[in-house]
Ligand binder design. Structure first.
Ligand code: SF4
Length: 283
């Protein structure tokens, strides 16, 4: 193999596996071992900035749990042996697994066997003595956390020390309709956030970008601040991760979207810090 990993390349098949892929992650600040349940590129949302190729509206198709186990075993051993770093020309500064993250080409909790998939991951982590050694992260849009199987899976994820990074791009119903193409009500979002926080360390992840003529950013920011203040009364939020679009959207709205500049992100971050929250920013 002669590929060089970059933060721009998030292709899920870079290592030639079906479910497991390495990524140089801005969020994790180094190598993240990704697990993709959505090999059919299906999501129940359609965010206007989404970078999933051929995104379709729907749920993850059934996965082969045995193959998931085998691939995770293989990949962790590949990294531990050092061969991965030389094969992918990973900068020595970025070596070491920063996290194992369930993050794929769609919403991972839409997988019917979500609980069983978490069990499979647990089995591999236990037998390779990785539990407690590497942070575990579930990247989710949070919209399906009321489902029974997802709740069982989240409870197990939390027992393994797993975190949940819950997407909140907008605190207004109109904003969520425009940005995420979802009608999820704020009450549902709050219920799902509450369950996530009761079981796992909870971070909010918010994608900020310029989308002129569609979003009144000042109104959005006001609603976001109010949401955070009311959420704080019910939910333990560890922090907020702000990022912008690093790669072009593959959605029809792509031409109307542009990344936020660093100073704009900093302004938003500072306004949230003033409310007393921890904020991490990726530029
Ligand atoms: S939730 Fe994630 S995968 Fe789904 S449409 Fe939005 S950005 Fe794409």
């Amino acid at each position: 193999m002669a590929t060089k990993l970059t933060t721009q390349d998030h292709s899920r098949d870079v290592a030639g596996l079906t479910y497991v892929y390495p990524v140089l992650s801005r969020r994790a600040g180094g190598v993240s071992v990704g697990i993709n349940f959505n090999v059919n590129n299906a999501c129940n949302w359609r965010c206007v900035y989404c970078q999933v190729p051929d995104l379709s509206v729907g749920s993850a198709a059934d996965i082969d749990l045995l193959k998931l186990r085998k691939e995770l075993y293989f990949f962790l051993d590949y990294v531990d042996s050092g061969r991965f770093y030389s094969d992918f020309s990973v900068d020595p500064k970025c070596r070491g697994i920063k996290d194992i993250s369930i993050s794929g080409n769609g919403e991972p909790t839409s997988l019917t066997s979500f609980y069983e998939a978490i069990e499979a991951i647990k089995e591999v982590l236990e037998s390779t003595s990785k539990i407690g050694q590497i942070p575990l992260v579930l990247i989710t849009n949070g919209s399906l956390l009321h489902r029974k199987g997802v709740r069982r899976g989240l409870a197990l994820w939390g027992a393994l020390g797993g975190q949940v990074w819950f997407k909140v791009d907008s605190a207004s119903l109109t904003g969520r309709q425009i940005i995420n193409n979802t009608m999820m009500a704020v009450e549902q979002m709050m219920d799902n956030l509450t369950f996530a926080a009761q079981n796992c360390d909870l971070w909010l992840q918010t994608c900020l970008f310029n989308y002129k003529e569609k979003i009144n950013f000042d109104d959005e920011l006001r609603a976001y601040h109010m949401f955070l203040q009311s959420a704080r009364a019910k939910v333990d939020i560890q922090g907020i991760y702000l990022y912008t679009t690093a790669r072009p959207s593959l959605q029809p709205e792509a031409l109307a979207i542009s990344p936020m500049q660093g100073y704009q992100l900093d302004r938003v971050a500072d306004s949230i810090r003033r409310l007393g929250f921890k904020v991490q920013v990726s530029y």
